[in-house]
Design a protein around this ligand. Sequence first.
Ligand SMILES: NC(=O)c1ccc[n+]([C@@H]2O[C@H](COP(=O)([O-])OP(=O)(O)OC[C@H]3O[C@@H](n4cnc5c(N)ncnc54)[C@H](O)[C@@H]3O)[C@@H](O)[C@H]2O)c1
Length: 316
Amino acid sequence: MAERIAAVGAGLVGRAWSIVFARAGFEVALWDPVEGAVEKALGLVDQALPELAEADLLRGATPAETRGRMRAAASLADALAGVVHVQESAPERVEVKRGLWRELDAAAPADAVLASSTSGIPASAFTEGLKGGARCLVAHPINPPHIVPLVELVPAPWTAPETVERTAALMRAVGQRPIPLAREVKGFVVNRLQGALLAEAFKLVEDGVCGVDDVDAAIADGLGLRWSFIGPFETIDLNSPTGVRGYCEMLGPLYYELAKEQAEARPWGAELVAKIEAARRARLAAGDITSRAQWRDRRLAHLVGAKAEADRKFGQ
Ligand SMILES: NC(=O)c1ccc[n+]([C@@H]2O[C@H](COP(=O)([O-])OP(=O)(O)OC[C@H]3O[C@@H](n4cnc5c(N)ncnc54)[C@H](O)[C@@H]3O)[C@@H](O)[C@H]2O)c1
């Protein structure tokens, strides 16, 4: 019999996780305390699956096979019965997570891993004092996880190393790309990197160096093209004939000067936000944000497919 997973919280992220696990062959039980939420999630999954199959994102499973491995649980206890892994995707509020995690720890099988999708609350804030604290961690996806494979694994101080290893193995087995962090750090890795870039982007606009569209172009038509298949370290390693050492010798002093200038923290003031909003709304009407997000996800799916094809053609 296929191993079981519980997806607790069936909103945007919970339903995407259910696709990740079901397409890889796991039986997924979805649970959500809000009436109708799971049915709504499964309806949206039904709509999404054919397009994912077309983009070759179901790992060879058909939409019917994938959907056939998902079920609405009758209760939290029912969802947790016999599972090897619980993926919690409840609202990003610490008091909600605290109460819920007490229930999860009490009711889940003793050998199941409990993982939270939280974007920024450290596991220590809602797992302290739990009997099963050693089997708890954060497994933070980048939305939507059925298209974007990266998952940050962040242990609390009391998380057992084995919990991180087991979760990393599970994530690899379902086609995700886990990165384990050694310890809890605000923003984890991805939002720290994104935050550093955004801080500079806001400053460039505030200081009148360039416009909102041009900052976006610098990434979308510049750095981001490389970053979609090699990261910043590999980028600089390949940008000098002598590799990363030569790059650092040549440009380290310049980046050090830049870093000193960039170190000043600035709030995103109302006037600056209004300026950026005006530029964005000139490009995209507020009423079109949802459909544009769907467009983005379709393009993301296409990009992931193109990356897989390029891996086959040119090697990884
Ligand atoms: N949206 C993103 O881009 C994103 C990305 C990565 C991680 N996350 C994280 O994933 C989690 C869920 O985010 P989301 O965007 O799916 O939110 P969402 O609002 O779409 O879904 C949350 C779901 O949790 C349900 N819920 C409410 N109370 C609950 C409880 N006590 N127990 C279980 N479920 C409960 C709600 O009914 C809802 O269906 C958050 O921790 C968030 O930080 C979100």
